[in-house]
Every structure is written in C-alpha cells, then in structure tokens.
Write a protein that binds this ligand. Structure first.
Ligand code: MG
Length: 252
C-alpha cells in the first residue's frame, strides 16, 4: 500500500533531508587518501545526532554502521571499517539515512578521492544525470514505470548496465515503504503517481555487467566482474507541478 504524506509529514521529512545534506557537506571534505571509512562513519553519526536525528541505517536489519560507504566495485551496503582505507583514484559512495521525529530522509552521493580516471568521472556524472532523467517523468498521473524506463534508457545509452536485485523505494515513517522503484522498466506501467507520494529514487549503475555478489559479512554488495559502480539517490515528493527534492539543504 502506498501511503500519501500530509504537508506536516513532508515538513518533517525536509528536516531529516536537510541533515542528510549536511552529512554530505561535512563528510565529502574528509575524502582523502589515508582516511578509513570508519572515520567517515563516525563523522556522519556525529552530524546526524547533533542535529536531533537518528542514523536510520544503524541497526536496520542488523546493519552495524551509521551510513553505508561503498568503494569502487562495491555497489551498495559497504560496512564502514577501519580496514578500508581510501586512496587516490577511488570513487566512494556515501548512502545516508536520517530520521527526524519519526520521519526518514535517504540519499546517496558518489564522490572522487583525489584525481580519478576520466572513465570513473563519466560513470559518476551519468549516474547522477540519470536520476534527473527519471525525475523529469514525475507528475501526478504519471506511471512509476516512466521513471524506471527513463533511468534505464539513459544509462544504457551510455553503455552502462543496471543491477536488477536492488531498487529504490517509497519512504516516510519507514525507510522502505511501497512502492519499490526498479531502475529498469517499461513506461506506462506500474502504480500511478499522486501528490504527496514520497519516493527514494536511486540509480545504481555498473560500468560492466550488472551481476552482483554479497560478501560473507552478509551486507557488502560487490560487482561480480570487479568493475566500477556508482550510486546516486534523493528522497523526492510528488507535487502538483512535478516533484521536489527533500534531501537538500534548507534555504535559510
Ligand atoms: Mg534508499
């Protein structure tokens, strides 16, 4: 069942989303050679809690970190660790969830560490652009499949592939609500979008083949072929005229 949110609920989700955006502002400054992903996680938790939020992912299904940090061929769900040390040329995704007064915000960015290859830059750029291509489809009366289709088309037209096992999702009082939002799909299919639906749209894009494997830690999802992957996400709300991103810094 898809739960449409009231304007009061959306305000609370904007508060959560503002804190998610603050985590990106603070943590991206730390992305340098020699830094461990555990150090980044500790900073993220500090920012989240100091703004009256709870790190949504901590303990979710037993996840041990405050955020997910996934480097290079790790697609998603990387567990922060003092054994994972960033180095120049890495690309690293920070997937951040914050809960404010019971309402969640969820977003992800993939950043370069030092100088990265042209190939890696292009992958990150196309992944982000594909999020916006998907969002262009959002308006009341559109189908969910219109978003999926646009994301798929854009990435495939650039020679990338889309792992099928992981999707975006509805979001609100729960991190994962209906509907699930695949990154591949047919236009004109799926649920019809309504004002007040809140969606976490998150292209997860592979440079090589779309096949993944989960490590023995039961979380870390890696590309089977060891090639690069990238991830970009925001929580958005469907509005009368289109959509609004909730996981952004609030205007002062
Ligand atoms: Mg998500």
């Amino acid at each position: 069942m898809i739960i449409v949110k009231s304007s009061r609920e959306i305000e609370l989700m904007k508060e959560a989303g503002n804190v998610v955006a603050l985590v990106f502002e603070e943590c991206r400054k730390m992305l340098k050679s020699g830094v461990t992903t555990l150090e980044i996680d500790q900073k993220a938790e500090e920012v989240i809690r100091s703004h009256g939020c709870i790190p949504t992912f901590k303990g979710y299904g037993g996840f041990p970190g405050s955020i997910c940090i996934s480097v290079n061929d790790t697609l998603i769900h990387g567990i922060p660790s003092n054994k994972i040390v960033l180095k120049d040329g890495d690309i690293v995704s920070l997937d951040v969830g914050a809960t404010y007064q019971g309402y969640c915000g969820d977003a992800c960015r993939t950043y370069p560490v030092g100088q990265v290859t042209e190939k890696a830059s292009r992958l990150m750029k196309v992944t982000e652009e594909s999020f916006y291509e998907g969002c262009k489809q959002i308006h009341p009366g559109a189908h969910l499949g219109d978003i999926s289709h646009a994301i798929q088309e854009y990435n495939e037209s650039h020679g990338y592939s889309l792992p099928r096992d992981y999707t975006g999702h509805g979001i609100g009082q729960h991190l994962h609500e209906d509907p699930s939002i695949p990154n591949v799909g047919k236009a004109g299919t799926g649920p019809i979008l309504q004002v007040g639906m809140c969606l976490a749209i998150e292209p997860m894009v592979a440079e090589g083949k779309p096949f993944t494997r989960v490590l023995n830690d039961e979380w870390t999802v890696k590309m089977k072929d060891g090639k690069l992957s990238s991830h970009y996400e925001n929580t958005v709300v469907v509005t009368e005229t289109g959509y609004e991103i909730l996981t952004k810094l609030k205007e002062k």
